[in-house]
Design a protein around this ligand. Structure first.
Ligand SMILES: CCCCCCCC(=O)SCCNC(=O)CCNC(=O)[C@H](O)C(C)(C)COP(=O)(O)OP(=O)(O)OC[C@H]1O[C@@H](n2cnc3c(N)ncnc32)[C@H](O)[C@@H]1OP(=O)(O)O
Length: 194
């Protein structure tokens, strides 16, 4: 991690991240945490439909097919959506740490234009943990896992309690998620829900 701003540079007291014993095995799909999530949910027709997989250590990978509805300039991906793709991939790291955390800061570099029709191969890893602060980095490569880096980001996630969601989310959606008869979906929406 380059840690260009002080807030993204782990202090000397920060610890190496520890993969939780119940983390999904390397290569295992992580699955969507919430079907209406713009990043990974299946119920968002224009969403990014990211499918993350657990990696080695405290890392994940994901792929994002850039579709026409993701354009900014003609034929090119919108920069905000590329930041969303990085953010969502970073968020999936929660499942490796088994910690609930949210993005506090996300600093993105745009290195190459990303045409519609590209597949962005995303990867993210936690670099350090300091109390509730989780330092992480992510990158997106064009059309192959070893393709040129098009976007990258450094991020600080902050651990929160489940009340962060239940007390701040709009009651309609919170109630609907809590009343979901599918127990696995219900637990995923709130157990480690970024
Ligand atoms: C499958 C995965 C999908 C993932 C989706 C992607 C994840 C997301 O997009 S989450 C949604 C976007 N994020 C949010 O909505 C978060 C909104 N912000 C908040 O709720 C709060 O500001 C929150 C929780 C981040 C921090 O608040 P709070 O819990 O009161 O903690 P606070 O005491 O202020 O900060 C804790 C530490 O983090 C640091 N910190 C907090 N925010 C920042 C920031 N923006 N930049 C730098 N440092 C920060 C503080 O300085 C403090 O450090 P220290 O302990 O050294 O003093």
């Amino acid at each position: 991690m380059s840690g260009r701003t002080p807030a993204l540079t782990p202090p000397d007291s920060a610890l190496a991240p520890v993969r939780h014993p119940d983390a999904p095995a390397p290569g295992e799909p992580i699955g969507s945490h919430y079907e209406h999530c713009f990043g990974c949910g299946g119920e968002q027709p224009h969403g990014l439909h990211l499918a993350a997989k657990a990696g080695e250590g405290v890392s994940v990978t994901a792929e994002f097919l850039v579709r026409p509805e993701h354009q900014g300039a003609p034929g090119l991906a919108h920069g905000g959506l590329l930041a969303t793709a990085l953010d969502d991939t970073l968020g999936a790291l929660n499942w490796l740490l088994r910690v609930i955390s949210v993005t506090g800061r996300l600093e993105t570099d745009y290195l190459r234009p990303v045409p519609v029709g590209s597949v962005l191969h995303l990867s993210a890893e936690v670099t350090a943990v300091d109390g509730r602060k989780i330092y992480a980095t992510a990158e997106g490569r064009l059309n192959a896992p070893d393709g040129p880096v098009a976007v990258r980001a450094d991020a600080l996630f902050v651990e929160v309690k489940v009340e962060h969601f239940t007390e701040n989310g709009r009651p309609e959606e919170i109630r609907a998620a809590m009343d979901d008869p599918d127990q696995i979906r219900r637990v995923r929406a709130f157990e480690v829900n970024p």
